[in-house]
Design a protein around this ligand. Structure first.
Ligand code: SDX
Length: 372
């Protein structure tokens, strides 16, 4: 064995520094480049937050205008990417289809193989512009709907909803969606971001890192939880069944999706902001049963396990009220977190060390292969 303590899951292990975000469980706070995420969610567009995470400062008016123009011009889905999505069976999970589409985008990227910072910033921008179209196209084809072309007169969030649903969102829907995208954009060394850093640490390219991160995010212990929250809500049905359902689930040793966190132990700093946003959708849709179920389950989970919601818990019902199909929820997480992933790819590359931890061997002692 080893004289070093094994920290399974790297729980509590500090493996590097980062200047991109600070997750602080003691103060239950989250800073993006020093700015509280709650203020960014209230005051900034998703484009401004993306620029902040990539460059370290909020954009000037000129920088923002130029970035918005490039992003809007880059939204149209490459026909070859559409073809790959069309080739995927509709039985395939949307995260698997998105992983494949992003991989092809990497092959087709005009600066594939060029990993200097300027090229990586442009690659990241192109992914930010293209992923909403991939997600929207895939959901519409599963519904038997014709694709909707992007519009350059809408900002990133509104265009995402336009290309998905073929109608302009209400101001509430657009703002709630924008808030969710700001909140999902970055969260230090979570599993998918750390995956991107591990891939980058071998000096592999940005798209290889992002494709690996999409794979990591899919799991229900991570990004897949927002989809699983709605599966649970559908199982429960009505608020009055929440306690009984929870008792059965906990008795079966099930993880309750949307609850708990590796770092936050007294509640996820992002939840109050997302819950307030959800309430605006509940009011707009008159969906008070959803809010009742949300509260009953959260209260019961707190009373029975002392475990509080994470961001995926309010995001799930919000995305359902916005009209997204449940399997599309985690691809929404990708569309936002691609900003955090690519910011970390560039930070890792700028001060790289190959990420290769040790393991303690506990297999058979050395032995001889028998004569054959
Ligand atoms: C995200 O890291 C990030 O920042 C991630 C993220 C981001 O922005 O990138 O915040 C996004 O991934 C949020 C988490 C989404 N996942 C879920 O909602 C899945 C359900 N949650 C759990 O699987 C769990 O809470 C984790 C995985 C999120 C964190 O678990 P830990 O820190 O590894 O702790 P643990 O699983 O060892 O749990 C400690 C105890 C255990 O009880 P015992 O076995 O010791 O008796 O708490 C229990 C767990 O069973 N527990 C839960 C639970 N979460 C913890 N029991 C039931 N349901 C849960 N959700």
């Amino acid at each position: 064995m080893t004289d070093q303590e094994i920290r399974k899951g790297l729980a509590g292990v500090v493996v590097d520094t980062t200047a991109i975000s600070k997750v602080n469980p003691e103060t239950n706070s989250l800073l993006y480049r020093g700015y509280p995420v709650q203020q960014l969610a209230e005051r900034c567009s998703f484009e401004q937050v993306a620029w902040l995470l990539w460059y370290g400062e909020l954009p000037t008016a000129e920088e923002l205008a130029a970035f918005e123009a490039r992003e809007r011009a880059g939204r149209a889905l490459d026909p070859r990417v559409r073809h790959v999505i069309d080739e995927a069976p509709t039985s395939a999970h949307p995260m698997d289809v998105l992983r494949t589409a992003v991989s092809l985008a990497g092959v087709l990227d005009p600066e594939a193989g060029d990993d200097d910072r300027e090229a990586e910033l442009r690659k990241a921008e192109r992914l930010l512009a293209a992923i909403p179209g991939m997600v929207a196209y895939d959901q519409r084809r599963r519904r038997g709907q014709e694709p909707v072309e992007p519009r350059e007169d809408l900002d990133w969030s509104r265009n995402f909803l336009w290309t998905t649903f073929g109608e302009e969102p209400t101001d509430v829907a657009a703002d709630v969606f924008r808030i969710s995208m700001v909140l999902y954009a970055e969260h230090s060394f979570n599993a998918s971001t750390f995956t991107a850093r591990v891939v980058t640490s071998t000096l592999a390219d940005l798209h290889s890192a992002v494709v690996a991160a999409v794979g990591a995010l899919k799991g229900p212990l991570h990004g897949g939880a927002n989809e699983a929250v709605m599966v649970a809500f559908d199982e429960i049905g009505f608020a009055d069944r929440a306690e009984a359902w929870l008792g059965e689930a906990l008795a079966a040793k099930r993880k309750i999706m949307g609850f708990g966190h590796r770092v936050y132990k007294h509640g996820d700093s992002r939840v109050p902001t997302m819950r307030a946003a959800l309430d605006r959708l509940v009011d707009e849709h008159g969906a008070h049963e959803v809010a009742a179920l949300y509260d009953r389950l959260a209260t019961a989970m707190d009373e029975r396990k002392g475990i509080k919601p994470n961001l995926d818990y309010p995001s799930g019902p919000a995305y359902a009220l916005l009209g997204f199909d449940t399997p599309t929820f985690t691809p929404l997480f990708v569309a936002s977190r691609v900003v955090g992933w690519t910011a970390h790819v560039m930070e890792q590359r700028a001060a790289n060390a190959l990420i290769r931890p040790l393991s303690a061997y506990d297999g058979p002692a050395e032995r001889e292969v028998p004569a054959q």
